[in-house]
Design a binder for this molecule. Structure first.
Ligand code: GRG
Length: 333
């Protein structure tokens, strides 16, 4: 598989991410030890911490060289990761997922009711921390939670829909993924009191990165093996979530589109799933979707032109370059 995200390897970021880790654990200490245990489960399981890293690194574009983040910047980073966690708790209930971050999912371990409540608890803690950073951050985080819900609803409205349009797909990933990555960068910029023009550029970066990130994730689900992903591949097709390369094959006309249309639109597994994936893989649409992801990643890098000479700006651009490397490896390009 591809190399790790270079941003997350940055030695200057390690101390700050360590502080994020400690505050994350503290933030879910409830009076009830059982609630603490359930709410800590996916924090302790790991995760890449891309969103906190984006918040801290965005804030650091203020100076040429990165220095330690302020306590408020760490809090901003924690609030964003808590929203991400809350969304994962709820998403796993909706998907009836059995694993997350390589461990048993919260719903599998404790049941749906407790997973939903613990997810709510994480969102409440995120809101409390955001409120301590001022009304702009609190309002932004609340609006972003709404965007996550909107994106997810848009996905649900089109499950098993072979007529799902590219526009509907893009609107969904904008809400469910890009909005939180954009907010991570924006909160870093707001809390560090950066000039408004830079805050807008950082937000643009996070949004474009998020679009590229989700398109890449969706391509990998079709083209990569179980071993490469570390989880069962083809999950989206099984769940009826038709993503960019699939939508494009379905819309392309001709025998492949017809055959794929016959296979999809209903639950699928075994030989039919293999056939559907083979049709998508052998079409030119994986490359076309890859080009769309590349476009977003280039837009992400271009958005940072004004801070490209800072250590933090360079690190953010390297993160978007790395995304494309991930998919090149899996797609065998
Ligand atoms: C109540 C906040 C809230 C949301 C409800 C369930 C839902 C609506 C939205 C789900 C959104 C969702 C799960 C989007 C996918 C986001 C995504 C790209 C997850 C994977 O992110 P990584 O790779 O994961 O950064 P780690 O585990 O490394 O943090």
């Amino acid at each position: 598989m591809a190399s790790p995200n270079p941003l997350l390897q940055l030695p200057t970021l390690a101390d700050d991410l360590g502080r994020v880790e400690s505050q994350l654990r503290l933030s879910v200490q409830a009076e009830d030890p059982f609630l603490t245990e359930v709410a800590s489960h996916l924090i302790l399981a790991g995760g890449k911490r891309v969103r906190p890293a984006f918040a801290v690194t965005s804030a650091a574009t203020r100076e040429l060289a990165m220095g330690p983040a302020s306590a408020d910047i760490i809090s901003g980073a924690v609030s964003v990761e808590l929203v991400h966690l809350g969304s994962l708790y709820h998403d796993d209930v909706m998907d009836d997922a059995t694993t997350r971050r390589t461990v048993e999912s919260v719903n599998a371990r404790w049941g749906n009711l407790k997973a939903i409540l613990a997810g709510d608890y994480l969102l409440a803690r995120a809101s409390e921390i955001a409120a301590s950073l001022g009304t702009e951050v609190a309002g932004l985080l609340a609006a972003t939670i709404a965007r996550l819900c909107e994106g997810q609803v848009l996905e649900l409205q089109h499950t098993f829909d072979v007529a799902r349009t590219e526009e509907a797909y893009l609107a969904s990933i904008d809400g469910k993924t890009a909005s939180l990555l954009a907010t991570a960068c924006r909160i870093g910029g707001i809390v560090a009191d950066l000039p408004r023009t830079v805050i807008e550029q950082l937000t643009h970066f996070g949004h474009s990165y998020g679009m590229a990130f989700q398109i890449v994730d969706d391509i990998l689900d079709v083209v990569a093996t179980d071993e490469q992903l570390g989880k069962p591949s083809g999950h989206d097709l099984v769940e009826g979530v038709y993503t960019l390369p699939v939508i494009r094959v379905l819309a392309s006309g001709g025998p492949d589109a017809d055959r794929l249309g016959e296979l999809l639109g209903r639950p699928i597994d075994g030989a039919e799933l293999d056939e559907a994936r083979a049709i998508v893989r052998s079409s030119g649409q994986v490359d076309a979707a890859l080009a769309a992801a590349r476009d977003h990643a280039h837009q992400a890098a271009a958005a940072l032109a004004d801070v490209a000479d800072t250590e933090a700006g360079t690190a953010l651009v390297a993160a978007s370059d790395h995304l494309l490397e991930t998919v090149r490896v899996a797609a065998g390009h």
